[in-house]
Ligand binder design. Sequence first.
Ligand code: BTN
Length: 328
Amino acid sequence: MKKSLQIAEEELIAFLQQNRLVYTGTKEISQQLGIHPYVIDQSIKELRRWGFEILFEKGKGYRLWESPDFLLPRKIKKNLKTKILGKEVLCYRTVGSTNNLAFRLAESGAEEGTLIVADEQTKGRGRMGRDWYSPPRLGLWMSLILRPDIPPFKAPGLSICAGLALAQAIGELTGLDAKIKWHNDCLLNGRKVGGVLLELSAELDRINFIIVGIGVDVNQQLTDFPKNLATIATSIRIEWGKEIPRIKLLSSFMERLESIYLDFKKNGLAPQRQLIKKFSSLLGAKVAVKFGKEKIEGVAEDIDDNGSLVIRTGKDLRVVTAGEVTAV
Ligand code: BTN
């Protein structure tokens, strides 16, 4: 009879969805699901807090009226046509950071492809020690555990893979011209709509695991962004003018990423290079790249087979493997 609240919630939603035309009493739900009546009442409270409209009539019980855009493992898996990515899916309402959680799970042996998704992050992290604003239900805040058998120096290519998959998924679902800004950002109309944070556990010559953290601003409106982000960030909804079900975006992203990832593991980035260049926002532009104390200015001329940015500074070509790049 003892089931965790999360599992209880998920089973309860599935039950209410299957029985959405009728009212069902707590006792009957309890018997059918093997969940204690107290847990059912607590779960109903929690679900209402998350935007589920659940009707109640005395003597009849509960009936589901309206479901929000809610992420649940069962729902995600049902929509997913992947073999490895998302084989295991864990959904949380509120976490500090999905990357932190994924890291701990990976350390204790979670398998390749495990996906961790949260509706809200309270300590979401971006690159360069920045915070990543992750309000409830408006975005996709997720981390994937990967265990590729590749040398550690090739790992950064994976953030380009993730950016490419995201830009393709956004394009496919909305028709918008999403771009990758080398090598971690995804842009819509020049503003940041998503970012990738790659974290590694590795020895000198081998990777234990990689956490690919992806944040996507999906359904925010302008007023949902704090002031410091309002001029640089955007959401798919703002650019497209319509809300988009997060689960659709998630599935499309995961399917695209899986096919890119399988290819990347075997053949590196080279086969994707033309596509990466096509989606790249920077090629041909004057850019400045900062890494550590060094700064290079020049024209972004190419992205090579390793995913490095090739910058022309006068007569010289500089190959940049990491850093923060801005158009100038
Ligand atoms: C960046 O552009 O700076 C990278 C942002 C990455 C944010 C995602 S949200 C899910 C995952 N968990 C985190 O704490 N960060 C990443």
